[in-house]
Design a protein around this ligand. Structure first.
Ligand SMILES: *Cc1c(COP(=O)(O)O)cnc(C)c1O
Length: 344
């Protein structure tokens, strides 16, 4: 079962199954990649580059390393949540051992320009610099093309529950020639990189979800992008005082399945609960963070004012959503926003 699941996950990435390490989820994969590289390559340097809008698993792993004497550069993003590759080029140093850039942002759905980043890193490698490249692709799996060997990515974090698999299981793709110091010591399972008796039911579930992705072959993305466009354009046309946080529909930097919208004069949390009463489930900020009442770092990095950030809601789509559902959401949103603005 483990072997078959590993093959299915590897197939999504066109990778060798031996390059797939099962972990307890995206969070552990991010930690293993970042801390594993840091402790294996610290003799080559102690500088890491990442972006200002990473998932807390990446940001807090980097903060841990800062406390241990590593230096981290956080690349800024533009108003749509995309880094400038020139900033990366400038930030790269002789002692940069790792670049960690997410593929799709979980809160606003911005897509980082992996092919351009690849060129910069490739060039740095030819001039004798090390930088290994880690991509948190948890939100991109099955949504966007993701072929690490072709692109030159060394490490890729994945999680099953973002693609209809079970919670508590993930994977790390480890490219050829990459040495990682394991973060969990023990009996040497998963190629000595992640000890502990395997979570077989989780792995089987991830394998089944990956099998579905392989069957769908990327068709779902088009469908979700059409739904996203319908929602975003519908909101902009029919509800005044709204702002899309992230790239507009049709942009090459827009993921197909996430739309983040600020509603002026309304607290996102209040609208969220109003929608919940109608059987519509969206989210404020990151659903992955259990800590409430912390300012939204991603929206602030886009340059949003506090009030705009507070009025933000995230809508996400699955391949199973349909046009009628978006119609319902639009109708209910119009109603809810009007009602709540009357109270304000
Ligand atoms: C959900 C998510 C994670 C964490 O994955 P878990 O399996 O929930 O630990 C990491 N990065 C991104 C971008 C995510 O969306």
């Amino acid at each position: 079962m483990i072997t078959r699941s590993r093959e299915a996950v590897a197939a999504v990435l066109k990778a060798d199954p031996r390059q797939i390490i099962f972990t307890s989820g995206g969070t552990e994969s991010d930690n293993l990649a970042i801390k594993g590289v840091a402790s294996s390559y610290s003799n080559r340097g102690k500088h890491i580059i990442t972006t200002a809008i990473e998932h807390p698993a990446v940001l807090n792993a980097c903060r841990d390393l800062e406390r241990e004497g590593f230096e981290v550069t956080y690349l800024p993003v533009d108003r749509e949540g995309v880094i400038q590759v020139e900033d990366l080029e400038e930030a790269l140093r002789e002692d940069t051992i790792l670049v960690s850039t997410m593929y799709v942002n979980n809160e606003i759905g911005s897509v980082q320009p992996l092919l351009e980043i690849a060129k910069v890193i490739k060039k740095a490698k030819t001039t004798g610099k090390l930088p290994l490249w880690h991509v948190d692709a948890v939100q991109a799996l099955g949504r966007l093309p993701l072929f690490p060997a072709e692109t030159g990515i060394d490490l890729v974090s994945l999680s099953a529950h973002k693609v209809h698999g079970p919670k508590g299981i993930g994977a790390l793709y480890v490219g050829k020639g990459v040495t990682l110091r394991p973060q969990i010591a023990g009996g040497g399972q998963e190629g000595d990189l992640r000890s502990g008796t395997e979570n077989v039911p989780g792995i089987a579930g991830f394998g089944a979800a990956a099998g579905e992705l392989n069957k769908a072959g990327g068709k779902a993305a088009e469908h979700m992008a059409a739904l996203r466009r319908m929602l975003v354009e519908g909101v902009m046309e029919s509800i005044p005082g709204c702002r899309l946080n992230g790239p507009p529909p049709g942009s090459p930097y827009a993921a197909p399945h996430i739309a983040n919208i600020s509603f002026k004069g309304i607290r996102g949390e209040v609208l969220l609960h109003w929608l919940e009463g109608e059987g519509i489930y969206a989210s404020t900020g990151s659903a992955c963070s259990s800590r409430k009442h912390v300012g939204n770092g991603v929206l602030k990095a886009l340059g949003l004012r506090e009030e705009e950030a507070q009025g933000a809601l995230r809508f996400s789509f699955s391949p199973d959503n349909g046009v009628e559902q978006v119609e319902t959401v639009l109708r209910k949103l119009k109603e809810g926003v009007k009602e709540l603005r009357n109270f304000a």
